[in-house]
Design a protein around this ligand. Sequence first.
Ligand SMILES: Cc1cc2nc3c(=O)[nH]c(=O)nc-3n(C[C@H](O)[C@H](O)[C@H](O)COP(=O)(O)O)c2cc1C
Length: 167
Amino acid sequence: MQEIDLNELGKYVDAVNDIQSNWMLVAAKKDGKVNALTASWGALGSLWRRKVAFIFIRPSRFTKEFIDVSGRFTLTFFNGRKKEMGYLGKTSGRDVPDKIAQAGLTETEVAGMPTFKEGRLMLSCRVLYTDPIEREHFLEKNIDDEVNPDGDRSVIYVGEIEKGYLL
Ligand SMILES: Cc1cc2nc3c(=O)[nH]c(=O)nc-3n(C[C@H](O)[C@H](O)[C@H](O)COP(=O)(O)O)c2cc1C
C-alpha cells in the first residue's frame, strides 16, 4: 500500500474509460459496517479549486444510506474482477448482508476508509455537495426515459478526493 501524489492521479486512472469500461466499487462505512456497489457512472475532475469525484447513486441503493450517514465514500479500481463487480452490481446489501464476501472480495481499511485487498487503486472522498437529478432538467427527455424508466433518478455526489493509495 502506497499513498500517491494526487497531482499525478492521471498516471494511475483514466477518468473516463476506467469508470465506463472497467467499473469501480463505491464503498462507505456506517456503524462499523461496510457496504459497496458497482458503478460505471461518474467522473474525476476539477471543481471549486479541488480535485473531485462525481458519482451518481440511485435512492434505492443501500450504499446510499452509508454515504449519507458518514459523509464519505471510497472509489476502488481493479484490474479485471468483472465477475465480482457484476455480482456486487446486482446484489443489494439489504438482501445479502455479507455480499462482499459472497462476491469473493476481501474488505480492508486504508487510513480508516473501506476498500478491497484485490483492488489496485483507492481514492478516499469527502462529500461536498449533493443534488438530485430531476426530469425537468433533462434537455433530452429520451435519456431520462431510457435510464430512469421507473423514476429512481440518481443523486449526484461531488466528493473531494482527499487521498489516493495504490493497494
Ligand atoms: C456495471 C454496473 C454499473 C452500475 N453503475 C451504477 C451507478 O453508477 N450508480 C448506481 O446507483 N448503481 C449502479 N449500478 C447498480 C448497483 O451496483 C446495484 O444496484 C447494487 O446491487 C446496489 O447495491 P446496494 O443496494 O447494496 O447498495 C451498477 C451496476 C452495474 C452492474
